[in-house]
Every structure is written in structure tokens, then in C-alpha cells.
Design a protein around this ligand. Structure first.
Ligand SMILES: CC(C)(COP(=O)(O)OP(=O)(O)OC[C@H]1O[C@@H](n2cnc3c(N)ncnc32)[C@H](O)[C@@H]1OP(=O)(O)O)[C@@H](O)C(=O)NCCC(=O)NCCS
Length: 111
């Protein structure tokens, strides 16, 4: 599968918010407000994965070099297990990290 990784743009907001709602149950997924808050942080770094112009995944992180905190990493169910969640080092650094869905996501309980 050919997918492209590119930086988030403001027009992607609805798509990433919908994807987060699909990836996590209510109470764990981020509210619009929380998601806006995080993407607008000066320290936020957000990348989206596109397949045929459709957003099929995104990584939202808060950077504090040399560290980064992954706020959320979401891949559409239809596109999982194909490497979207682990782009190779060189795209923007190695995003392949051991993750814990509960530990790294979901302090935005508002819907
Ligand atoms: C976790 C997620 C991002 C993986 O995306 P993906 O595109 O399927 O991942 P990739 O195909 O790039 O990589 C799959 C690898 O991730 C591992 N993986 C998948 N889900 C995992 C999890 N919950 N915990 C640990 N490892 C996991 C797989 O075992 C596989 O490793 P391997 O290649 O060594 O076998 C995706 O399943 C998802 O969006 N899940 C719902 C949201 C979520 O839990 N996000 C993570 C916390 S914020």
C-alpha cells in the first residue's frame, strides 16, 4: 500500500478528530476542544498519513527536544498492520515506539 506522510494542515482537523473518535471509545477519545488545544500548542508536531488523499492515520506529539510525548497515534482500522503506524526513520525520525494505548492517550474525557 502506498501512503504518504505529510505535516498536518488546519483543513485536516475534522478528519483527524473523526479518526480519533473511531479509534477510541467515548471517554478516551479526545473532544474537539481537547484536540484543538493539542494541535494548536506551539510545541505540537502532527503528521498525517494519506492514502489516495484520504487521511488514514495521524501522529500527534508534543515535542520537548530531545524528547517527545506522543499525545495520540491513530490508524484507521481499514489500514492497520501495514506499517502506517511505524514509518521508517528518515521521515521525521523514528516513530516506532513501544506504546501503551491507555498510558499515552485519553485525558480528554469530554465529548
Ligand atoms: C496502534 C496502531 C496505531 C498501530 O497502527 P498500525 O498501522 O496497525 O501499526 P503498524 O502496521 O505500523 O505496526 C504494527 C506493529 O504495531 C504493533 N502494535 C499494534 N498495536 C499495538 C499495541 N496496542 N501495543 C503494542 N504494539 C502494538 C504490532 O504488534 C506490530 O508490531 P510488529 O510489526 O513488530 O508485529 C493502531 O492499531 C491504532 O490506531 N489503534 C487504535 C489507537 C491506539 O491504540 N493508538 C495507540 C495509542 S495512542
Amino acid at each position: 500500500m502506498a501512503f504518504k506522510i505529510r505535516p498536518y494542515e488546519a483543513r485536516d482537523f475534522q478528519a483527524i478528530h473523526r479518526l480519533d473518535q473511531a479509534c477510541f471509545p467515548p471517554g478516551i477519545s479526545y473532544s474537539k476542544w481537547s484536540m484543538q488545544y493539542f494541535v494548536n500548542l506551539a510545541t505540537a508536531d502532527c503528521l498525517v498519513a494519506e492514502d489516495e488523499k484520504k487521511i488514514v492515520g495521524f501522529l500527534l506529539a508534543e515535542t520537548n527536544p530531545p524528547l517527545a510525548h506522543i499525545i495520540t497515534l491513530d490508524v484507521a482500522e481499514s489500514h492497520r498492520k501495514r506499517g502506517v503506524g511505524s514509518p521508517p526513520a528518515g521521515n521525521r525520525g523514528a516513530f516506532r515506539v513501544p506504546w501503551d494505548p491507555i498510558g499515552t492517550a485519553g485525558n480528554g474525557s469530554e465529548q
